[in-house]
Design a protein around this ligand. Structure first.
Ligand code: NI
Length: 176
């Protein structure tokens, strides 16, 4: 296993649209393992392949306190969404920035698991936020792009100022 380099906003590679996974082979299995290790090391609660510059529809998530409930989504799709909720989000690609984003409160997602078996999952709360946030990454969208232009400009200035010395994720704040 290996810890992968996470792209930082505003890297243009974060805007690439990911391609479908055709089949679960050794390359995909290795990618999943390395993404999980990278997410746990960061630490974050979710990571999309786009963030490690692999443009395949692969997401890993673990929102558990104990960090032992890895969820893998290949080719995820939303098949239902309802309600609205504002939740503060952070992102491993936008270190030190936390902003509220409005998303669907409850979702039903369909995907393939790490073995390529289809499953359907109903989610709400942080898990629902996380799935939507990571699915955006696969479409080339970063959460700060939901904010006003003024806020985005302030964030870009802040990121430029912090340079390579990125702050560590803060305990108790979801970093997706
Ligand atoms: Ni993110």
């Amino acid at each position: 296993m290996a810890i992968l380099h996470i792209l930082r906003y505003p890297d243009s590679r974060l805007h690439k649209v990911a391609a479908k996974v055709d089949r679960v082979d050794d390359r995909i299995r290795k990618l999943i393992n390395n993404m999980a290790e990278t997410m746990y090391a960061a630490p974050g609660v979710g990571l999309a392949a786009t963030q490690v510059d692999v443009h395949k529809r692969v997401i890993v998530i673990d929102i558990s306190e104990t960090r032992d409930e890895l969820r893998v989504f290949l080719n995820p799709e939303l098949i239902a969404a309802s309600g609205e909720a504002d939740c503060e989000e952070g992102c491993l690609s936008v270190p030190g920035i936390y902003e509220k984003v409005r998303r669907a409160e409850r979702i039903t997602a369909r995907a393939l698991d790490a073995e390529g078996k289809p499953f359907t999952l109903e989610a709400e709360g942080l898990l629902a936020v996380c799935i939507q946030h990571e699915m955006d990454h696969l479409e080339g969208k970063v959460f700060v792009e939901y904010l006003s232009r003024l806020k985005q400009q302030r964030i870009l200035a802040k990121l430029k100022k912090q340079g390579r010395r990125a702050p560590q994720p803060e305990a108790g704040r979801p970093v997706l």
